[in-house]
Ligand binder design. Sequence first.
Ligand code: SDX
Length: 379
Amino acid sequence: MTVCEYRPGLEGVPATQSSISYVDGQAGILEYRGIPIEELAQRGTFLETAYLLIWGGLPSKQELEAFEHEICYHRRLKYRVRDMMKCFPESGHPMDALQACAAALGLFYSRRALDNPVYIQQAVVRLLAKIPTMVAAFQLMRKGNDPVQPRDDLNYSANFLYMLNEREPDPLAAHIFDVCLTLHAEHTINASTFSAMVTASTLTDPYAVVASAVGTLAGPLHGGANEEVIDMLEEIGSVENVRPYVERCIAEKAKIMGFGHRVYKVKDPRATILQGLAEQLFAKFGQDEYYAIALEMEQVVSEKLGAKGIYPNVDFYSGLVYRKLGIPTDLFTPIFAIARVAGWLAHWKEQLGENRIFRPTQIYTGPHDQPYVDLADRP
Ligand code: SDX
């Protein structure tokens, strides 16, 4: 067996072979199953994209209708899941609530039949259908309200916004939200997808796979950055403060949230699209005071760190879109999870196709042949 050099963070180390998505980090290209992200964002829907990622090709009209219908049918939560959620503290982070709820689904559907296509299909549908309902239910319950039941006459994204805000969304808002989900649905072997794949490789159930991925997505170096960006823009407070803030971060070697990427060395193509979506919302619903600060940040960071390939990533402009949609900041990462479950499930399914348990090696750096010292003799 070839012994590979140690690469911290597995940088550049291929962990799998995959036909799900492709990133060219120098050219700023992202494709799902070979289709450019710009095409899907402009012409597709999130559920169509999820189908594409998971089943490998765009659905026919009939296939899409059947998929949408099934998802619509499975959107409700078991009352015991809702009862469990009532015990969650209101102050808890919604990502923790989501992780617990995703894992809890395994209590209801835990019979593992990973070689049965019907089991796979049902798990895919249940997870895609129920995760948005969980996020919306936690939001209402922590305000002391009953969760709102899903509405069958609304599509996936409009229904989520309806369940969240207890009113039917503006059509442009629902459309833009749907595009956001498409943009976040998949991104090769990012940390949470890798986590999903490692979990999947043990042949555990898909609810555990998604729960582990949700936990991984939550961190501020990954999906959690979208919330931190808004906190950062708030802290900066004005366009004049941007340059000193960036200079201080560079001097202190602090990470500037929403910038930099392991793969992209140019502006993330999703950030470009999200910025355009934010501008569409501002044109209809009014400016966001933070947008001018964000534009100045992009300018100053590119000037100072562009030579190192540090530009806005997907998390930089998404928060400005969600803010304009009236979504609270601590739901930004759960919304990322609503979308990314499509990618996790696609990789879960692909992993099962040619599974081998993930079991890398390590370079041991500790001592050998140490004496055991009795408790009484220890200092
Ligand atoms: C996502 O992988 C994916 O695909 C993820 C994702 C997806 O769709 O799944 O795209 C979603 O997670 C986006 C990333 C969100 N995170 C942030 O916005 C947090 C801020 N960014 C970073 O901490 C960082 O850029 C990472 C975590 C995204 C990438 O980390 P790497 O590849 O390990 O890079 P690094 O931290 O080793 O940095 C390399 C150099 C360093 O400088 P030197 O020590 O070599 O001089 O670049 C500098 C870093 O200091 N650097 C930054 C920076 N990001 C990198 N400096 C200031 N601010 C930053 N944001």
